[in-house]
Design a protein. Structure first.
Length: 114
């Protein structure tokens, strides 16, 4: 059973940066396409970034050029590097496979506010 544990969320001012981490407890992380998702307050969960097992990345226009997804397969860890944060980036951030086939973790709260 895969477990996902996200961390790194914080309160940050607009224009600031954060680095989120996700530890994947299970087998075959290196063979799994992974993604970050977020759930803004009062809204549905949405996709934020994808990195395939081959290292290809994809982003929605809302974060393209500001967010970067990366992974260290040897450590079963996925990262999300977030720059130039905006208030609309506020939400609970989750990692999961792409598509999201595993049970969701608890997420990590990112709040962008002055």
């Amino acid at each position: 059973q895969v477990q996902l544990v996200e961390s790194g969320g914080d309160l940050v001012q607009p224009g600031g940066s954060l680095k989120l981490s996700c530890v994947f407890s299970g087998d075959n992380f290196g063979f799994t396409n992974m993604a970050w998702y977020r759930q803004p307050p009062g809204k549905q969960r949405e996709w934020v970034a994808t990195m395939t097992r081959f290292g290809s990345t994809t982003y929605p226009d809302s974060v393209k050029g500001r967010f970067r997804i990366s992974r260290i397969n040897a450590n079963n860890t996925l990262f999300l590097h977030m720059n130039s944060l905006k208030p609309e980036d506020t939400g609970v951030y989750y990692c999961n496979a792409w598509p999201s086939t595993f049970s969701w973790g608890q997420g990590t709260q990112v709040t962008v506010s002055s």
